[in-house]
Design a protein. Structure first.
Length: 170
């Protein structure tokens, strides 16, 4: 009769079964890590058009608030005008009408106004915040999808030869 060497075991040792609790803890830790990463990247995630509906639904359930949607390119200029005020020399009235074409409500945009002379040289450019062109408190905090609005405000004419202007949303 052949005897097996002493280092060969007749029966392989039974592996200890993984305890269910260990797997649950690992799953909970992984979920916690994902939630932390999501919280740290919430602004980036909220700016993703594909994820936005899911995040809004989740926030409705959890009573949290997403940052406002910010898509300046989704504002469409409907009309615009810069006119000299006859009663007030060196004052220009800026009038504009624009619409939010984004799929979600947006905060009022910053408005960049550039003025040029007849040769196309820039005479001045300025970025106006909503509080500057709307007053202290806007009548509506955000513009709903497809909502249009009109604004008007006065500026000091930077030079007497202003002939052209350009608007940009920021």
């Amino acid at each position: 009769m052949n005897q097996a060497p002493s280092f060969v075991l007749e029966h392989a040792p039974k592996t200890l079964p993984r305890r269910r609790g260990e797997w649950l803890w690992m799953g909970a830790l992984a979920l916690g890590l994902l939630l932390q990463l999501g919280w740290l990247q919430r602004d980036v995630l909220a700016a993703n058009a594909g994820l936005r509906p899911t995040l809004e639904a989740t926030c409705r359930l959890l009573h949290c608030q997403l940052p406002a949607w910010h898509e300046p390119t989704a504002f469409s200029m409907l009309s615009r005008d810069v006119i000299a005020l006859p009663d007030h020399p060196q004052v220009l009235r800026v009038q504009a009408s624009f619409r939010n074409d984004a799929a979600w409500s947006q905060a009022w945009p910053a408005l960049v106004l550039s003025l040029t002379d007849v040769n196309g040289r820039s005479l001045g450019s300025r970025r106006f915040l909503p509080t500057e062109y709307l007053g202290k408190t806007p009548h509506v905090a955000q513009l709903a999808p497809n909502q249009a609005s009109q604004i008007a405000f006065d500026i000091v004419e930077p030079a007497p030869d202003v002939v052209a202007f350009d608007f940009r949303f920021d």
